[in-house]
Design a protein around this ligand. Structure first.
Ligand SMILES: [Fe+2]
Length: 190
């Protein structure tokens, strides 16, 4: 049994979408206003601040994204950040999110890259990745972006993902999946 990798949330609010949805660039920053006011308030109550929200667009032509982790090294002993993302997914009813195990020695050969908005991520060779979980995601959920993962578009669908990093209000540090899930469970969000 491996660790939990995602968690659907008991949030009924929609994000406030200021742009028309057919945003068709791969990565696009947005503003914190786009996340609904009541979600801001809920998160504030558990010491969490919204950071770096952006839309990720998956076009019908896109088949498989690189297997990667989001963020950066936590330290130099091959531990990763286990960065938590708060996501809201629209469309892509058959698009799956896949998580993978990679051998420890492969971590040192992962390649660092940056999104067009300057956010770091590390890419693994798919031949080094062993599938451990595959899920169709929709609506609001937490997502462990510190485990190697990718998106697989089986049926040429469009998909939009509002993706948000969560920081501790006091320290300004990125929060891990385990920490966010713990705090959200205290107020019944997951
Ligand atoms: Fe990712």
């Amino acid at each position: 049994m491996h660790q939990e990798l995602f968690c659907n949330l008991n949030i009924t609010d929609y994000p406030l979408i200021h742009q028309d949805l057919p945003i068709k660039t791969r990565v696009m920053n947005t503003t914190v206003d786009e996340v609904s006011k009541s979600i801001h308030d809920l998160l504030f109550g558990i010491g969490i601040k919204v950071d770096s929200p952006g839309w990720l667009y998956c076009s019908p032509e896109y088949i498989t994204h690189n297997c990667h982790i989001d963020g950066d090294f936590y330290n130099h002993n091959s531990n990763w950040t286990s960065l938590c993302k708060l996501n809201y997914v629209i469309g892509g009813p058959n698009v799956t999110t896949c998580w993978y195990d990679v051998p420890d020695n492969v971590h040192t050969s992962a390649k660092k890259n940056f999104t067009s908005t300057g956010f770091p991520y590390w890419v693994f060779k798919i031949s080094d990745c062993n599938l451990i979980e595959s899920q169709i995601m929709s609506g609001w959920h937490l997502f462990d972006a510190g485990v190697p993962h990718n998106i697989v578009n089986h049926k040429s669908e469009q998909r939009w993902n509002l993706t948000i990093i969560l920081k501790d209000i006091e320290t300004g540090e990125w929060l891990t999946f385990v920490e966010v899930k713990h705090r959200m469970s205290l107020i019944g969000l997951c």
